[in-house]
Design a protein around this ligand. Structure first.
Ligand code: SF4
Length: 421
């Protein structure tokens, strides 16, 4: 195996735990008779500003790291094979893969070597070389190093399409416990610089069409779920603040993967909390597309998400006074709160009712999931009982999966991301 290929194996493998760009995560070996292997590392998928899905070469510059974050495979106290690419090696790999159409972009992160600024400069050199010497127009996602200076963050933003600064742990005291060398200031300061840079760039491009673009695909971050006792309320409140104040494009939630099992600061888990991770993604979706406030999904009285049912259904069952909603009269925002009605069908309802009263048959045709929605709506020709005629304690049972859940419990693989309608 060539030197670069060996490095690629180590440094693509080391990058797989960063979900701040999405990843396929599949692992399948060739039995010797088939075609190819699938690895959980290497090429992953992410989404651009205009919604396109792009395949990215996902690697670390180096997995040497001077920090010792408890949850990380690459922490300095772990005995793992270490290596580092050169700038030229990453540039050559990216160009070669791009030319062959294997990838549409690069996701580059790194362990911290010498200092945050030194590491950030290395990442910038790769992006700069690609953009200036090779006139590379593919997608670039750079991981910003916590603690890197504002000047370097500004420079990185001129070459990268997206920057991410990972918060990882959803509260500062717990971050200090698990990652003693990091603090919220070193994470939020670069995040703030990116946000300011994006605002200035938008203003500049309004005035001069040729003004250089700064991080055109925005910024994202990752939160690790389940490594600390932080509640879903804390996690979603933090995410909501980031969307509102830093204008983040995405917050990624990563169920804690028990890697360093002998570290007493970490909980003992046999598998990552994937159901919780999925419920957080569903809640995030509700905040971004369904006009839900975070305190409607979780709050002090209800600090954690219900793992049995999705958060939209959970909200509806906890707020029966709001239902049934008359689909022929209710405003868009209220129709969106009905379990079983998604953004597309809510828009269709609003358009269709201009032409006459809507029946349950028409709702079905529009894509409304009637077996969920029927308890929460009134419309023409709907004879079933609504939420107010069913005992509250029986409501949740109506939506609980029956036998299949036992099978899944035995083999809890990655859940598919089914977002609440
Ligand atoms: S700084 Fe990053 S690479 Fe280094 S130990 Fe912490 S999480 Fe791992």
């Amino acid at each position: 195996m060539s030197n670069v290929l060996k490095k690629l194996e180590i440094l693509a493998g080391a990058a797989k735990y960063d979900v701040s760009c999405a990843s396929s995560g599949s692992n399948r070996s060739n039995s010797g008779k088939g075609l190819g292997n699938a690895s959980p590392w290497g090429i992953c998928h992410s989404f651009t500003e205009d919604g396109r899905c792009v395949s990215l070469l996902k690697i670390m510059f180096t997995n040497y790291c001077m920090y010792d974050c408890a949850y990380c495979l690459n922490r300095r106290s772990n005995d793992v094979p270490r290596t580092a690419f050169t700038v030229k090696e990453i540039v050559d790999l990216t160009i070669e893969f791009y030319r062959r159409n294997y990838i549409e972009g690069l996701f580059l992160s790194s362990g911290v070597v010498k200092s945050p600024d030194h590491t950030m400069s290395l990442l910038i050199r790769v992006a700069k070389e690609l953009r200036t010497n090779h006139r590379y127009n593919g997608y670039i996602h750079l991981k910003s190093i916590p603690g890197a200076s504002t000047e370097l963050i500004r420079e990185a933003g001129l070459y990268a399409d997206r920057l991410s600064v990972n918060i990882e742990i959803p509260s500062e005291p717990n971050l200090k416990m698990l990652a003693p060398e990091k603090d919220y200031r070193s994470i939020l300061t670069p995040m703030n610089s990116i946000h300011q840079g994006i605002l200035v760039s938008k203003e500049d491009t309004r005035k001069f069409r040729s003004a250089p673009k700064f991080v055109p695909a925005g910024q994202s971050t990752q939160l690790i779920v389940g490594a600390t006792p932080d509640t879903d309320n804390q996690i979603l409140t933090l995410a909501s603040g980031l969307y509102n104040h830093q204008d983040l494009k995405r917050v990624y939630y990563s169920g804690y993967i028990p890697i360093n099992t002998n570290d007493s600061r970490l909980p003992v888990l046999s598998t990552p909390p994937l159901v919780r991770e999925n419920r957080l993604y569903q809640s995030d979706w509700l905040m971004r597309f369904y006009f839900f406030r975070v305190d409607e999904i979780v709050n002090d009285r209800h600090p954690n998400l219900d793992l049995d049912i999705d958060p939209k259904l959970s909200y509806a069952i906890r707020n029966p006074w709001m239902f049934p909603v008359d689909v022929n009269k209710a405003p868009y925002e209220l129709i969106l709160r009905v379990p079983g009605i998604g953004v597309r069908s809510a828009k269709l309802i609003l358009t269709s009712r201009r032409y006459g009263r809507i029946s349950s048959y028409q709702l079905q045709k529009m894509g409304v999931v009637m077996k969920r929605a029927k308890y929460f709506i009134t419309c023409n020709e709907l004879g079933s009982s609504t939420i107010n005629e069913i005992k509250p304690e029986n409501m949740k049972q109506l939506f609980m999966p029956k036998k299949e859940i036992k099978k899944k419990d035995k083999h809890p693989g990655q859940l598919s991301f089914v977002f609440p309608d």
